[in-house]
Structures are given as structure tokens and as C-alpha cells.
Design a protein around this ligand. Sequence first.
Ligand code: SF4
Ligand code: SF4
Length: 98
Amino acid sequence: MNNVITSDCKKSPGVIVPVVNLRRCEGKADCAVVCPEKVFEIRRIDTEDYQNLGLLNRFKLRMHGMQVAYTPNADACRACGLCVSACPEKAITLIRAG
Ligand code: SF4
Ligand code: SF4
């Protein structure tokens, strides 16, 4: 089990990274708002990721404007856990990098 959720500690960047479950994400950006390290970017889902979703998830995503959270600055994550707490869909997991 390599899932790690922490609360108050500030780890060095690059040790822990957030992973977004695109089957759950609704792209409403709570994570991007709370993240102090600007890890997240809310944008249109990539075609390949969209095609990897099941029919129900594709339908749900279309209802949410095809927007999801990506983590272009995942290396900046300090594992504060704010994004995990803020995500209403429980779509974010913190894992060890690498
Ligand atoms: S808070 Fe959760 S559901 Fe909302 S955009 Fe971020 S990962 Fe997706
Ligand atoms: S754990 Fe903290 S620093 Fe890392 S992505 Fe989430 S909000 Fe940003």
C-alpha cells in the first residue's frame, strides 16, 4: 500500500505527488483553489484519457463540460493534503513519487 495522506507536515517537493482519478473528477477546481503550490490545472480532458473512460463516465464528463484536473506541477507538491480534503468527489490520492 503506497497511498499516503498527511495533514500538517510540509514535505520536500517531489517526494509525494497527487494522482487524480479521472473517473471521479468533475473539474470544478476546488483542488486548484486550495493548493498553495499551484500543482493543478483545470482543462479539457485529453482525447486519450477520454477514450479510456467507460460510457457512463464519458456521459458524466460531458455533463461537466469535459473539464478535469491535471497535475502539471506535481513535482512541487509538499503533501499538505489540502486538495484531498477539498475534493468533493474524493478523486485525489497522494502517493510516493516514482
Ligand atoms: S477538486 Fe476533485 S473533482 Fe474537483 S477538479 Fe479537483 S480533483 Fe477534480
Ligand atoms: S497535497 Fe498540498 S501541495 Fe500537494 S497538490 Fe495537494 S494541495 Fe497541493
